[in-house]
Design a protein. Structure first.
Length: 122
């Protein structure tokens, strides 16, 4: 039983201290989706922002997003959108459309991508 308990505890620690995020290097126009394990070890590679078509605002959760992100009914997500619908990268969650528009416009100017306002996803 002790070994089982240790295994369950280690699994809980792994899940509890593993995070996912997106880093953006606006100077070099690169982004990186990373996974950080146990809060210590990071994994993920840099990709050029030019691989994405635009910055899009979506008004409800996307399929396949990181469910550890706290989601509210009126949240607006800022994402990098690729050529196809399944090619998207979560950037940030905002509480209002106005705040999301402002953030997306600033980011769009820094990385050279157009912003699509008011998009929704099923």
């Amino acid at each position: 039983m002790t070994i089982l308990g240790i295994g369950v505890a280690l699994t809980g620690l792994f899940i509890g201290f593993t995070t996912r995020g997106t880093m953006i290097d606006t100077d070099n126009k690169l982004f990186k989706v990373y996974h950080k394990y146990f809060g210590l070890f990071s994994r993920g590679g840099w990709r050029p922002v030019s691989e994405m078509e635009c910055i899009r605002l979506v008004t409800h959760p996307l399929n396949g997003t990181d469910h550890s992100i706290k989601i509210k009914k009126n949240d607006v997500h800022i994402i990098f959108q690729g050529k196809f619908a399944h090619e998207h990268v979560f950037i940030k969650r905002c509480d209002t459309m106005e705040a999301a528009r402002n953030e997306a416009q600033k980011l769009g100017e820094l990385v050279g991508l157009p912003v699509e306002l008011g998009g929704t996803r099923a």
